[in-house]
Design a binder for this molecule. Structure first.
Ligand code: HPA
Length: 235
């Protein structure tokens, strides 16, 4: 039993979807899964296990930012035997080619994280998606006619960042498409412990125009992304 996820050792499936928001975890479980059991309530960071088309799957909220994400991912892997982690989240676009409501399959991550500096020092580690999951997500998106883009995300430690403009200009200059706050930690941990990982993001806001997707519209785009994630994992 771990500190932040407290349940029995077999309550969580080897494959886990990871939204940041625990209410979104509940929404995913109630909308897409059957035979749902809520296995974690600590700090309101809900986790659920259920079935999707005969396959056992869990959905765990992670909170925002790499340190919070890391705690949940770490416990899922080390204490509950998770072997496939798929983040389903939102991002802010910084590219004219990535629009509000688009779905981004994250190939690799840039970041300004203190976590990877403390892990790797001057070694330039390259956090990247598991190729097989990325390939399958791309193929499934074509089959399901869900338009997706593939590219890199900048995982930022700060949502409100005094140096945000400067960092965005640098990220744009190397072709990075969007910003989130968690994916770098997923891809780093996955490599460190040799599990499979992928991030799917729907674009909720634009750093270029300041526009945001209205909360009621977010659910729709988010829904097709979750269906794509599940089909990628199990079909
Ligand atoms: N910045 C950082 N993370 C995000 C954003 C953003 O604009 N939108 C969704 N996640």
């Amino acid at each position: 039993m771990s500190i932040h996820i407290v349940t029995n050792p077999h309550a969580i499936a080897p494959t886990v979807l990871l939204p940041g928001d625990p209410l979104r975890a509940q929404h995913i479980a109630e909308t897409y899964l059957t035979d749902v059991v809520r296995y974690n309530e600590i700090r309101g960071m809900w986790g659920f296990t259920g079935m999707w088309k005969g396959n056992r799957v869990s959905v765990q909220g992670t909170g925002m930012g790499m340190p919070s994400f890391s705690i949940y991912a770490h416990e899922l892997i080390r204490e509950y035997g998770a072997t496939r982690l798929v983040r389903v989240g939102t991002c802010g676009t910084m590219s004219r080619d990535l629009h509000l409501r688009d779905v981004l399959l994250v190939q690799a991550t840039d970041c300004d994280s203190g976590m990877n500096v403390s892990r790797f020092g001057s070694y330039q580690f390259a956090p990247a998606a598991s190729f097989d999951l990325l390939r399958r997500a791309w193929q499934k998106a074509e089959e399901l006619s869900i338009p997706v883009k593939v590219g890199n995300v900048f995982t930022s430690d700060q949502f409100y960042d005094q140096k945000g403009e400067e960092k965005m200009t640098l990220a744009q200059s190397v072709g990075t498409l969007a910003v989130d706050m968690e994916s770098c930690e997923l891809y780093t941990l996955a490599r460190l412990v040799d599990i499979e990982a992928l991030t799917l993001l729907s674009v909720s806001d634009s750093l270029l125009s300041g526009e945001q997707v209205a909360p009621e519209q977010r659910q729709t785009t988010f829904g097709s992304m979750v269906e794509l994630a599940l089909a990628t994992l199990f079909e």
